[in-house]
Design a protein around this ligand. Structure first.
Ligand SMILES: [Zn+2]
Length: 113
């Protein structure tokens, strides 16, 4: 189920729209001030999905190599590796940067507004 998020220019608030089908038309507006002047932002769902993909590739047996689940030190090593992979960029700035990148923004491909 896709979730679309829109950012309101007027009051700087976000509104989320949950769609039942991906091809369902959405008429975005600000749920706070009812302004139609909203901009599409990357949904959290999309972000999470790409993290999951990276997580999968990190957990790929081929990349784990010598991990022994029964060996605490081995697991600790993996955790540290994951911390390096995810730690820095998921801080405060992460989502803002994504939004900035998208704000220059072309219309989204799937929303026919
Ligand atoms: Zn608003």
């Amino acid at each position: 189920m896709p979730i679309y998020e829109y950012y309101c220019d007027a009051c700087k608030k976000r509104s989320s729209f949950l769609l039942l089908r991906a091809d369902e038309p959405v008429e975005p507006y600000c749920k706070r001030c009812k302004s139609p002047a909203v901009k599409r932002v990357l949904s959290r769902v999309a972000v999470i999905r790409s993290e999951e993909k990276r997580m999968e590739s990190l957990l790929d047996p081929a990349s784990l190599g010598d991990l022994d689940e029964n060996d605490p030190r081995s697991v600790e090593k993996l955790m540290k590796r994951m911390g390096r992979e995810f730690g820095d960029e998921l801080g405060e700035g992460f989502e803002g940067e994504m939004e900035e990148a998208l704000a220059g923004g072309e219309a989204s491909p799937e929303a026919d507004l």
